[in-house]
Structures are given as structure tokens and as C-alpha cells.
Design a protein. Structure first.
Length: 104
């Protein structure tokens, strides 16, 4: 996944937190959750437009990733402790699998 221009899955993931606990997490980690919802939506839309305009892939499927590889990719992702340790939220295997599934 692209780190320089957030993937649509990453921006949707921040915007659509199931537990709705944006504020507490934002205070702890300075996440995008501190930005009002309308501005987040506008920013997500602007990023999506930029990605489309410059031809950046919309999902993992465009790279040939299929659903049967989710397990393998989740395992490999969890092995990247150097990168995961900098994430604002601790990722479980289930978190990673769900993120990859949405990223297809």
C-alpha cells in the first residue's frame, strides 16, 4: 500500500471507526480524528480525486491480489514490527485481515 498518498481503505478506516471513539484516540495519537467530519470527508474525496487523476491504483486487486492471499498477507504484515510499532493503534491479526479485505 502507498504511504505517501493514503489509500482509500486507510482514509475510510479512520473515518468510519466502528466504535466511534475518534476523540480519545485523537488525543492519544494526534490522528485525523481531530478534524471535523465534513473536512475529513472533503480531504478523503480530494485524495481520491488526486489518486484517480495521477493513475494510482484504487485497491490491491489492481496489483493482482486475490482474496485467497489475505491470510498470507496478514501474516507477512504482522511480521513488519518496525512499521507496526509506529502505528497509532495496535493492530491485531483480525484488524489486518479486515483492512486487507476492504483494500481489495
Amino acid at each position: 500500500m502507498c504511504g505517501a498518498i493514503p489509500s482509500p481503505t486507510a482514509t475510510r478506516s479512520e473515518n468510519d471507526r466502528a466504535d466511534g471513539n475518534h476523540d480519545a484516540e485523537a488525543r492519544d495519537h494526534g490522528s485525523v480524528a481531530t478534524v471535523p467530519t465534513t473536512r475529513r470527508s472533503n480531504a478523503s474525496e480530494a485524495v481520491a480525486n488526486l489518486r484517480r487523476d495521477v493513475g494510482i491504483a484504487d485497491g490491491l486487486a489492481e496489483f493482482g491480489v486475490t482474496e485467497d492471499r489475505i491470510d498470507e498477507l496478514a501474516e507477512r504484515t504482522l511480521g513488519m514490527e518496525r512499521l507496526l510499532s509506529r502505528n497509532a493503534r495496535r493492530m491485531t491479526r483480525d484488524d489486518v485481515e479486515q483492512l486487507l479485505q476492504r483494500a481489495l
